[in-house]
Write a protein that binds this ligand. Sequence first.
Ligand code: MV4
Length: 449
Amino acid sequence: MPLISKVLIANRGEIALRVLRACKELGIATVAVHSTADADAMHVRLADESVCIGPPPSRDSYLNIHQIVAACEITGADAVHPGYGFLSENAKFADILDAHGITFIGPTADHIRIMGDKITAKETAKALGIPVVPGSTGEVRPENALQIAREIGFPVLIKATAGGGGRGMKVARNEDEVEEAVSTARSEAAAAFGNDAVYMEKYLGKPRHIEIQVVGDGEGNAIHLGERDCSLQRRHQKVWEEANSPALNVEQRMKIGEICADAMRKLKYRGAGTVEFLYENGEFYFIEMNTRLQVEHPITEAITGIDLVHEQIRVASGAGLSVTQDEITFQGHAIECRINAEDPRTFVPSPGTITHFHAPGGLGVRVDSGAYQGYRIPPYYDSLIGKLIVHGRTRVECMMRLRRVLDEFVIDGIKTTLPLFQDLINNQDIANGDYDIHWLEHYLAQPGE
Ligand code: MV4
């Protein structure tokens, strides 16, 4: 792939390491950037070159576009991989890199913008043939809110068009609650996003969160890599993800997957993306699309054998996808546990020094982490310190393996969420795959559990 020879990785932690590994495998040189708090980080140690881009606060380092462009110019990097979070879905960043002749390893700025505005994203999805949640067409204004709510039927959910990921949502259960829900949602949206536009949807009570992985080449070819079930979450932070979903059969998988891949072909989408759905009573309802690589991408890699970062780099360089849809098969079952430096009961962050670190191994085990014995977790960033991904031929085999692997994992000196997974792996609902988006919060609210 001649068009990309040096990639600057505009991220930190396990995802910076993940991207670095893919670049190394493709023979591409790597540049790490880091804040002063991350000088000792593993991605900095393993990169060919590194540049310090600022003080610890993200806005002064990992979110500082000028510093990152300057680091590209200094090192001669011809491409940037943004990882997830930070600048990964920042259309302005993609535009600026473009203006500098630097390849953004991701979608076009236009596609990032379309999906970043949730009303436009939903209209686009609907026009492309993706089933969406019943709701308002476009923006809901205070004058017409009650009328729209009556048409949709109660309960309804008011969402911010600039929101996403659960921020700025308000439920109205009956006519009396509409006015206040809309006005609160609008003022919260204005304060949080500088955009007070809101829309309205039918509120789904007990859905699962199921998302479809897609990759497009920007020229009208696209594939889907099946789904991930991310229903087990707390306060919109995913905790445990599975591929395949325990709720779907192969016909459902291929049908919704093909709908998404077809939509990406029509859109001429480039890069990796995730089409998010709520799934209830056998039906899929589009809610949002993420235009980045996601944290939980390794479970898809486990069951398909496809390296998503390789594919991202290929399509960004114009080399196209390495596989066609009919070459993709789904093998077995994978589960990811997110290991956070947090108290497993209160989820209060627990930064500090890791005094002892032993990662498990064996068949079907992957640990993506920048942590090591003696590593000091800085207090400034997300508390995700690693991901444990376990693969088995069946869901039962995967769960048995996960139980063994959790016993083997040692992280001392800080609190982690590992004990939570020790509990979940022994829970009957989890064993049965019988859970929805509210299950984990209910479980955690039970005393003595
Ligand atoms: C919903 C919903 C119920 N009905 N939309 C939260 C995150 C954002 N991406 C969309 N979210 C939701 N949208 C309708 N029409 C419930 C949620 C929701 C949720 C969704 C996925 C995973 C976890 C969740 C937790 C609470 C609420």
